[in-house]
Design a protein around this ligand. Structure first.
Ligand code: GLU
Length: 330
């Protein structure tokens, strides 16, 4: 029999740490009130999966997370992964931006050890809460040797998702998390079962290390809509090094916005066409002549993931071809 894995569970808040007045409160409750020890206390069964150690790093809703929070989480996870007595890390997290923290870790950690980010859609106090099972599943995934080398994973609703692809696609349902090409696998009664692996480079195969990151460049996102005007675009791009333009459909740009975006690119803002649809490829030089206009495209990345990728890429280069290559590789 192999020894049990040593896992560290980092608490950061969210619904998984929430508490409602009554069990019927599945949507109205206080977030980020239970400590990580209290949450783990609800699943004594987890002691059979791994040796657990818990620490509270943050205690706030993930809608509050900015670049500094991502750096703080990344640094702590990296410190823990570097230790010989740690085999994997689980981060409990609000679900609103779970995909962003997970993707940031996926691109910046330098370890093959499993890292799992987990949240819940209902607080532990709610009827039919997913908190206990999601956390139990996350621990099972982090403890299992088959999870090594897959980068950062998000576990929810019995599914194991790669951080690159997963997005929160619903505001209240238990099956809120989806990956456009499907989950990597499932967890059943404490055992992960994988059916595919991430195709794009991550963790050990990226040029970004959390240890070398100090401050991050400002990259913003604008969501396209019919009445979006040049003044708004100019205000958003005034201090940004990059702009993810979440255009309609295939990253389309309204006629009256083409020139303002070209001017922004000439000013040195890295303009990246994305799609507000939530999935699908934005083809480079497809709907717009990107190379002629000095623009980039996201491949299939959701705008919030593209923001992180461009942010990291800009820490090492401002070369447009190199930035575009990052969107094709990660
Ligand atoms: N405030 C929560 C968050 O931290 C909302 C949702 C959740 O955790 O499910 O993201």
């Amino acid at each position: 029999m192999t020894a049990k894995a040593n896992l560290v569970v980092i608490g950061t808040g969210g619904t998984i740490a929430g508490q409602g007045k009554a069990s019927v409160n599945t949507s109205s409750y206080l977030c980020s009130v239970l400590g990580i020890d209290e949450i783990l206390g609800t699943i004594p069964e987890a002691a059979k999966l791994a040796n657990l150690r818990a620490e509270q790093l943050l205690q706030t809703g993930s809608e509050n997370f900015n670049n500094a929070h991502l750096l703080a989480i990344g640094r702590r996870v990296a410190e823990l992964l570097a230790r010989d007595d740690v085999d994997g890390v689980v981060v409990t997290h609000g679900t609103d931006t779970i995909e962003e923290t997970a993707y940031f870790l996926h691109l910046t950690l330098k370890s093959a050890k499993p890292v799992v980010v987990v949240g819940s859609m209902r607080p532990p106090s709610a009827m039919s809460s997913d908190a206990a099972l999601n956390l139990y599943d996350a621990l099972a995934v982090a403890a299992h040797a088959s999870s090594r080398g897959l980068g950062t994973l998000v576990v929810a609703n019995n599914e194991i998702h790669t951080a690159r692809d997963v997005v929160k696609g619903n505001s209240f349902k238990l099956d809120a998390f989806c990956s456009p090409y499907g989950a990597l696998g499932v967890v059943i009664e404490g055992v992960p079962r994988y059916y595919r692996r991430p195709a794009r480079a991550h963790t050990l195969d990226t040029p970004w290390s959390i240890d070398a990151l100090d401050t991050l460049p400002k990259v913003d996102i604008v969501y396209a809509y019919g009445a979006l005007d040049a003044d708004t675009l100019d205000a958003i791009t005034a201090n940004a090094r990059g702009l993810i333009y979440a255009g309609t459909g295939n990253g389309n740009v309204a006629g009256h916005l083409i020139n303002p975006l070209r001017v922004a690119a000439r000013r040195g803002v890295h303009v990246v066409r994305a799609s507000r649809t939530g999935s699908g490829v934005v083809l480079h030089n497809g709907a717009q002549p990107d190379d002629e206009f000095g623009w980039l495209t996201v491949d299939d990345q959701a705008p919030q993931k593209a923001r992180l990728l461009l942010t990291l890429a800009l820490t090492q280069t401002s070369d447009r071809e190199a930035l575009q290559a990052a969107f094709e590789r990660y």
